[in-house]
Every structure is written in C-alpha cells, then in structure tokens.
Design a protein around this ligand. Structure first.
Ligand SMILES: [Zn+2]
Length: 1079
C-alpha cells in the first residue's frame, strides 16, 4: 500500500528555506522521502504545516543536501514528508534513519493499526496524458451523445454557436468563447437537459479569398477564374477548420464535432438563399444606386462591421468659396451692399468629392452672417456667407478680418444658386439640410455630394439631386469627372489635383491638415471611400420597428447590451448585402443582356436554392445558364446573364438560425425554414454590431421574431498590463501553449486544459479580461489547491463494500457532531451560491467560493481536524463514520459543482473512485451521468450554532499563533505536545468554548485545536475575564502525561493501561474495535 497523503506543499525560496506552508498534513508518523517529480515542480518541499518545526526544517535541509549530492539536479526534485507507515515502496533513503522522529515512527509497533488515506487519484494532474485519455473515454462510451439521446430528459437547452471565421490559428479569444459555452452546456447537461451543441464555421469572404489567391503561384494569380479561386478558398477554409476543430476538442469542449455547420455546406447555402427569397417576397430586397463604404484596395463594398478606425488619420481639408449666381431672397440685401462678388463658403475633409457636388446645405434654424472678406492688399473684395458662430474661427484661420455686414436666418439662404467651382457651366442650389449641420466646425454650410455621402444621399432623395459618383472600383476618377481628373486615384493625386484646380480658379480660401477618425478596410488596413454603386440592399427601414420590438423579448447579459444594439439598429442604414467577390454565396439574380434590367422572382430563387442544395453554390459558375433557370423563364426567350455579386458574409452567418433544428422532425430538408429559437447566443461584445445584429435582422425580416431568447457577451482578452496582444509586443498568450507547455517547459510548463478552463471561470468576462505568466501561475496554484482538497477527501472516504458503508442518512441525524453539522451548513451555503452563480453565468463567483471553501474551510480547518478521527479511530467507530459520511457528501457535491469547469479533473476523480470501490455499485460510469444531485443535506440554517463556530475559529487562530511562538521558543515541537489555557475576555466567548459536548469524541476543543489538552478559565460573575483583557488570551504549556505511541496525543493514561502500555485510553478503545489484543 502506498499513498502520498499527509502532505502539504511548501514553496522553497531561493535560499533554500521554507517560506509558507499550505494545509493538508498529518504528521503523526512521518518520514522523509525524496521523490523525483516533473521538471516544472522544482522548488517545492512537501510538509505538514503544523509539523513545520525546527527539527523538520533541519531534516529538510539535510535531505536537500543529500539530494544535491546524490543527483546534482536538485531543482528537479521535490521533497516529501509522508507517513512512515504508508511508504512500503522499498526505496529506503540513507538519511531517514538519522532523523529521530522518523526512526521513532518507523519503529512504532502500532503503525499497522492506523488507517491511512488511500486513493488512486494522483496528486499531479499529468494533464498532457490524462486529459486526452479522459476525452477518449467520453468518446468511446458516447457519454455526450448518450446524454442527448436519453429520452428521460425532456427539456432542451440550445446554445447556438456563433461561427468563428475559418482562418488562422486559435487565440485566447476563441478559447474564452468556446470554454464559456462548454461550461454552460455541461451545467445544463448535469441539470438533466438535452443539450446538443453544434459548432459552426464562417467560411466565405474576402480574407480567405485573399489568402487562397496568395497561395497560388504569383504569375498565376491574375489569371485565376472565379471557380479556381473558389476551389482554393474552399481548401484553405477546410484546412483551417480541421486545425481549429482539434484545438477546440482539446479544450474539452463537447459538441457534435463530426457534424458541424459550415456556411459552405450545400444545405446551408440553400437555406440562406431561401432566407433571401423570403425577404425578397416581403419586398425587403431592392437594387439601388446608393453610397456605400467602398474599399478601393479590396475592390468591394464593405459593411460597417468590416471597418476600423485607426487613431490617426490626417486629411487635406479645404475651405472653398462657391460663386453665387442668384442670391434669391437676399437679392435686395446683396445689391445694397454693392459688392461685385458674393460667395458661399463650404468646408470639406474630402476635396476629391467636390466634382460630385450637387448642392450646398444649410441649417434653416441657424443664424448666418454675411461678411466682407479683404483681399491681400486689405481691400474688401467679396462677400461671404458663413454661420454666425463660426465667423471668428474663420477669421483666425484665414488671418484676414471679416467685417460683418448683415445677419440672416438660414432659411433665407435656401433657394440661392451657385456656380460649380470646377465646371462653370453647372449651376446648383442651396438647400435645407437637417440638424446634422452644426457650428462645431467648418462654415455651417455643407458641401453636398449625394454620390459620396450617406447624409448627402438622404438630402438628395428629398431634393431630387443627382447621385453622381465619377469614381471607379479601384478608386480612380472616371472620365465623367472631366479630362483634368480622369484616371487619377481620388485618395492621392486626384485629391491634390482637385485642390490645384480650386486654387487656380480662385475658389480655394484655405487648405489645412485635419486629424480625424476615418474608416479603413479592416483587412487591407487601407482607407476606404464612400461611393454610390449599383448594389443589392435589405431595406432595414421597413422592418426596423419590428426588430426593435423583438429586442424587448430578449434577455441581455450584461443588460447594457440591449441599449447598445438598440442604438445601432435605430441609427443604421439599409443593409448593403452584395459584394463583388467570387468567394461567397451568389445572389440569385439574372440580368437582361439587352436592357441590363435585373431579373429576379420567387420561382427563380426557389429553383436556384434547390440546385444549391444538390450541387452547392459552385453550380452558379459550373452549370450552363439554361440549367440555372426554371423552364418558364427560358421559354420567354430573353437573353439573360447571371449576376456576379455574392452575399455579404454577415448575411451568411446571420442566416445560421436556419440551420437550427429541434431533435424531432424540424430542420429536415422537407421543411422550409425552422421555427426554432435558440436559448442563448454567446459572443464577444463586438457582435452587437456584427452577428447578433445580422441574425436578428434576417430572423425578424423572415419570421417576425428574434432568433435568441438570451444574449450573453464577453470582453476581449488582453495581456497582464491591459494591452492588446500583438506579435510585435511579444505579449501573445497562446492557448495551446498553456495546455501543452511552451518551447521552454521550465518557463511555460504544460498546465492542461483544466487550468485554462479554470482561468476562464476565474475572470469577470463581461468586461475585458487579462492573462499572462503571473495570472497563469496563480491559476495553476489555485488548481493545485482544489485538486489536493479533492484528493484528500477521496483518500479518506471508505470503500463502499466495507462493513460500514457510508450512510448519508446519518447526516440528517440530530446526533451528528456539531463540527460535522457546521461544515455541512457551510458546504450547503457554498453550493447554493455556486448554483445561483451558474444560473446567472457569473462563474468567477464559483471560482472564488470554491477556492475559499477548499482552503479556509476544508484544508485549514475541517480536514486538518478530521485527520485524527480518520486515521486513529477504528472503521466502525461513530466519530470516524460521521466524518467519512460528511466528507463523502462534500466530495460528491464539490465534484459535481466543479464538473462544468474542470471536467477532466472530476471525471478522473470519478474514475478513480470507481476503481477504488468508493462509489456504490450502481453508480454510472461517468460523473456527467450522475446529474445535479445534492448529497449534502439542506441542513436548516442555525444562526446560534454558526455564531458559536465563528468564535471557535477566531480563538483557533489565536491558539495557532501561540503554538507557533511556543514552538519557536523551543517549548514544544508538535502542537500535540501542548496544553493550552484559554482566558476568554468575555462571557459569550467562554460560553461558546464551553458549550460543546465532548462525549462523542469529536466536539472537543483539544481536537479542534490539535493539542493534547485545553483548559478554559471561567470568567468571573460580572462577565469579565480574570485579567479583564480586551482580547482573549492563550497560554501554552507542556502537556501532562506521556506521548501515546499510536496517536501521538499526550495523555496521563499512557502507561497506566494494562493491555497496551504505550498508548492512551482512546487508542485502547480503538484497538478493541479493531480486535487488536496486543502488538
Ligand atoms: Zn492514542
């Protein structure tokens, strides 16, 4: 028999001294052994805390010196102090005999009568081997699938996976996301729900297309046709999926990994086209020439979610004066002022849009000044109109005085006409804009180019302005911009040329650099432009109200998410769903070769959807056009060509609710679109703009309701300093390195998936979360504490088949010792807290509760005291049985409570308990099959008892301090050599300490304090203690009597008992129970 119990980890500092001690130790019989451990465990010395006296320290030093000599690799070794009687592995170390206490223990004739913990649940997780073994166990026994198929489970819980992009390796954001999902799924599985988690991947879109094209030989790239690009892109996506799938599975995430949903699946594409069709049928899809964000570098339209705004962007902004042709309502005023020239001043940050100018907009409610501008010689030369509040600013910028001649309301300006500064033959109007025109910057008169601005476009609609955008796909002026500009790129030379032309026509008042936010293409990191093109749109304005209404039925966690998405939907524009790239789902539209007219109908959409279901969307390119069209269209004899636009990838992933199906019936190919609503969507908070929104819009448009009941968001993962992770900063934490260790295993040891998962559970993920070496080390320490606690419990619960099986019923017995009832009440409270936290998704509360309970309540208190009962008492003695029943219930409930977070660890534990015969014979093979069952009885709260125990634990702290002092002074070695005398400072303390009935062999102060004798000095009648001190005082003396050779307690009965002359009367009774006559 060999067990490693009775130990605690003592970190050894660089000088070789023991620093602090942590729990778990029984030193009744101890011996030093040296054990080789893995490389990363260097510098740990294992000792029982309360045995950490001078003698052990010196023994420890001795051992360390021996280790240096013997192996010269002491860093790789761990020192262990363990029970002499447990070690029978025959590796006798030469130095052990030199330690007196060790020799004594080895020589004890009673060592075989002491019960020691026994478990196959190892101290070290050995995660790189054990976790994959456990995952295989789940897979081979179909544990996850079986739990879903189990018909006794009625209610279903559906967490719909947001598809990660099938591109690149997994990073911490992926790990955080999928592990959170798995924690939630496993919790609901334990609660008896049917959980089927179908992971997804987002496979189309430009980033994959670009990488695919790059993978082709450079001289072939230009020649690739759409089908070749699609073939490469598909291969690229599927490879990335394979790699990511392996990673997710290694995290221990349960799901139908062999049947995920992919946005490139035939059925998926078909369903997506059906959603498009339904929206078309409802009149929500239209084609229009409208300004959209356009990326010249990617040659495609972009969605808002595809833009990023770098911190610094500097534009060449310009103040430009347009010559007024007709002053309209101001005609009289202007002629009175007798100036030759009258002009309206505008300001723009994009001078290249001036060629597309079709109006100047003013705010009718603002006051405007008519001012006289002086020329360089100081002579007033022209009248300008500027918002009154901006006159001073403009004066400073121009370094020229502007003398005010007249103030008029903005409404008086409406109707004036002006000459286009670049095309003198063209005359346009001053129109009324909206409240978007303010006096924060510029001139209060807004240059309006409906082809290049969203506000401008709306003004243009109202005022019937031309949507003019003389810019091509790569961002160059077309010939429509005139010979001076044609062919020039608008963001570079084109912009400069416009400024030159304005200067030479005397229209440019001032050019200045202007720093502001400007949208960039998030993939190419190049600036975008706004440009009107022919695109397909989903008319959000038509179902916006419905979408906003649908939001109300959704639970948002954290609640601020609702306002965030609400604001975005309220202010958003129609959704441009077409892209000019081949790697996507085609928009099922044909165009008339003769007229250019778009040909689209429900019949066509359904027909194409069926083709996609069978052949996939490649058919759009591979099949001849006659096969893509229903017979009725072909019969018309029109000459048609297929459209080349594909759908925005947000439309792809936003259609994923159509892949959801109930376990029974729905979702098969026969049904049109499913009515399933997911219980939960869980993604990063940036998805309010992305997937949450696109999913909501398609679902509301087609079905009239939201696709989710609840939406949970998490923040981003940053480094320990709160900085974004980047290769250049060298602060990237790779989840697979956390699990498997880094290149330098000393610096980055393999911590396993459960430590990664524990980190996920430990962070407040609703805001941004931090990770780095220090945090990981703390998490690994916490993991070890939890694992050691579970291991201690597992070692001390009895085998189920022994003569005295665990009787959980006994826990409800009124005669249960006060100590056991107290710890069960604590456990029940902690478990209640944990359950609430699971329901509220606040996993960091679980982490904190579990850790506090393991360290403060169990290791340092209950288990510390329990060792004596478990080791020394005979198996059929009630004081041992009640303790074991208590530990069994706590172990079962703790394992269950931790199962969603540490599935490998608790499954390992469960398997070990089974193997060791410590589970009832009918126990299921996996802990996940055992359900969310509570073994800790719901003992009613008992305030009086709790108060009493709070006092006892406070006094226990004082006793421990006093014992430490006595030990340092050399008065005692072990705490069992002590007798403590307590002087309570108040009546309630005295009452608490003296209220226990020690006759059960448990509720005795000397056991609580792990000393041999305790005396409580009675208070005098007035409630004051004899010394009238403000604090309870503890005195330590040498214990009376002699040391019992079996339990090491000191007792005056040792030597007085006839049968066993070396042991105490308590041990004599235990020995009788054990049937040991003499030794
Ligand atoms: Zn004894």
């Amino acid at each position: 028999m060999y067990t490693r119990f009775g130990q605690c980890l003592v970190p050894v500092n660089q000088a070789g001294g023991c620093c602090t001690a942590v729990s778990l130790g029984h030193g009744a019989h101890q011996r030093l052994t040296l054990q080789r451990t893995s490389r990363h465990m260097l510098g740990f010395c294992v000792l029982p805390q309360w045995r950490l006296n001078a003698r052990v320290r010196s023994a420890c030093r001795l051992v360390r010196n021996k280790a240096f000599q013997a192996h010269q690799r002491v860093a790789r070794y761990m020192l262990r102090v363990s029970h002499a009687s447990v070690t029978t592995q025959g590796e006798q170390s030469p130095w052990t005999a030199k330690d007196k206490s060790v020799k004594e223990a080895n020589d004890s004739p009673y060592k075989h009568t002491v019960s020691l913990p026994e478990t196959s649940f190892s101290q070290r997780a050995n995660s790189t081997e054990r976790e994959p073994q456990i995952q295989r166990f789940w897979e081979e026994n179909r544990i996850y699938e079986g739990l879903y198929e189990d018909n006794s489970r009625n209610a279903e819980f559906l967490l719909h996976d947001g598809p990660p992009y099938a591109n690149g390796s997994l990073h911490m954001g992926h790990a955080l996301n999928k592990i959170l999902k798995d924690i939630i799924n496993r919790y609901f599985i334990l609660c008896g729900k049917r959980v089927r988690f179908v992971p997804g991947w987002d496979c189309h879109g430009l980033p994959i297309e670009l990488k695919a094209v790059q993978s082709a030989r450079s001289n072939h790239r230009e020649a690739l046709d759409p089908l070749q690009i699609r073939l490469l892109a598909r291969k690229f996506a599927l490879e990335a999926i394979e790699e990511q799938r392996k990673g997710f599975k290694r995290y221990g995430v349960w799901g139908t990994w062999n049947a995920p949903y992919l946005t490139l699946d035939h059925q998926y594409e078909a369903a997506q086209v059906r959603i498009f069709g339904e929206m078309f049928l409802k009149g929500y899809i239209y084609r229009g020439r409208k300004p959209v964000y356009w990326s010249p570098s990617s040659r495609t339209a972009l969605a808002e979610a595809e833009l990023e705004y770098p911190d610094v962007h500097v534009s060449r902004s310009a103040y430009v004066a347009f010559e007024v042709v007709d002053a309209g309502k101001l005609r009289g005023i202007i002629s009175e002022l007798e100036f030759d020239s009258f002009r309206v001043a505008i300001w723009t940050t994009t001078p290249w849009t001036i060629p597309a100018n079709r109006a100047v907009a003013v705010n009718p409610n603002l006051p405007y000044s008519i001012v006289a501008l002086e020329d360089e010689q100081g002579k007033p030369c022209t009248l300008l109109v500027v918002a009154q509040d901006l006159v001073e600013t403009l004066e400073q910028k121009l370094h020229r005085p502007l003398s005010n001649k007249k103030i008029v309301p903005g409404s008086e300006l409406v109707g004036m006409t002006y000459r286009h500064p670049l095309y003198p033959m063209e005359v346009y109007r001053v129109v009324a804009g909206g409240d978007y025109i303010t006096t924060e910057s510029g001139t209060g008169l807004v240059h309006t180019a409906p082809g290049h601005g969203l506000e401008d476009y709306n003004v243009g609609l109202r005022e019937s302005l031309e949507v003019f955008a003389p810019v091509d796909d790569v961002g160059r002026f077309t010939s429509d911009a005139g010979p001076e500009l044609a062919g020039l790129p608008v963001l570079q030379e084109g912009n400069a040329r416009v400024l030159e032309l304005l200067r030479s026509s005397n229209a440019l008042l001032l050019e200045e650099k202007y720093e502001h936010k400007y949208p960039y293409d998030w993939r190419t990191r190049e600036p975008t432009i706004v440009r009107a093109t022919e695109q397909w749109f989903a008319s959000v304005r038509q179902f916006r109200d419905k979408a906003l209404e649908a939001l109300q039925s959704v639970q948002w966690v954290p609640p601020a998410g609702e306002n965030r998405i609400r604001g975005m939907i309220e202010s958003r524009d129609d959704w441009c769903i077409s892209r000019q790239r081949p790697w996507g789902v085609p928009i099922p539209v044909f165009y008339d070769e003769d007229t250019g007219e778009a040909v689209i109908s429900m019949e066509i959409i359904q027909y194409v959807s069926e083709i996609f279901a069978k052949h996939g969307s490649d058919a759009w390119w591979t099949l001849p056009i006659e096969q893509l069209l229903p017979a009725s269209i072909i019969q018309t004899g029109r000459r048609l060509r297929r459209g080349l636009d594909t759908m925005d990838v947000w439309f792809d992933s936003g259609s994923s609710w159509a892949s959801l199906s109930k376990s029974h019936g729905e979702g098969s190919s026969s049904s049109w679109l499913p009515s399933v609503v997911a219980d939960l969507y869980l993604e990063g908070s940036d998805q309010h703009r992305g997937w949450f929104q696109s999913s909501l819009l398609t679902s509301v448009a087609v079905r009239g309701y939201a696709p989710f009941r609840a939406v949970l968001t998490h923040g981003f993962v940053l480094d320990e300093k709160g900085l974004k992770m980047s290769k250049s900063l060298g602060n990237v934490v790779d989840p697979s390195e956390i699990i498997n260790g880094g290149q330098n295993q000393k610096k980055q040891p393999a911590l396993g998936a459960d430590v990664l998962r524990l980190w996920v559970a430990s962070v407040d993920y609703m805001s941004d979360v931090l990770i780095g070496p220090t945090i990981l080390k703390q998490t690994a320490d916490a993991y070890r504490k939890i694992r050691n606690t579970l291991r201690f419990l597992a070692g001390n619960v009895p085998r189920w088949d022994e003569t005295c099986p665990v009787s959980v019923n006994a826990l409800n017995d009124a005669n249960l010792p006060s100590l056991d009832r107290y710890i069960l009440r604590r456990a029940a409270a902690v478990l209640k807290d944990i359950e609430d936290a699971y329901k509220n998704f606040t996993f960091n509360r679980i982490f904190q509760s579990v850790l506090r309970f393991c360290v403060a309540d169990l290791s340092n208190f209950y288990l510390d005291i329990a060792k004596d009962r478990c080791y020394v008492a005979a198996p059929d003695e009630p004081r041992r049985q009640t303790c074991q029943a208590t530990m069994w219930a706590i172990l079962m409930d703790m394992a269950r409570a931790l199962a969603p977070i540490l599935p490998h660890t608790v499954e390992d534990l469960w398997q070990c308990l089974r193997k060791d015969g410590k589970l009832p014979s009918g126990a299921p093979i996996s802990i996940f099959q055992n359900g969310w069952y509570s073994y800790v009885p719901q003992i009613l709260s008992d305030e009086y008892e709790d108060k009493k125990w709070t006092i006892v634990r406070e006094v226990r702290e004082l006793v421990n301090k006093a014992l430490e002092t006595a030990r340092t002074n050399g008065l005692i070695g072990s705490s069992l050599e002590a007798r403590v005398i307590i002087y309570p400072h108040a009546r309630h303390v005295e009452e608490a300490l003296t209220s226990f009935d020690p006759s059960n062999g448990v509720d005795d102060l000397r056991y609580f304090f792990i000393t041999s004798q305790v005396d409580v000095v009675r208070c005098s009648g007035n409630g004051e203690s004899p010394g009238a001190a403000s604090e309870t005082h503890v005195e330590v003396q040498k214990a009376y009597g002699s040391k019992c050779a079996r339990c090491w307690n000191f007792s005056e009965t040792v030597g007085a008992l006839h049968e066993h002359s070396q042991v105490c009367e308590r041990c004599v009774r235990s020995l009788k129970h054990l049937g040991v006559e003499r030794v």
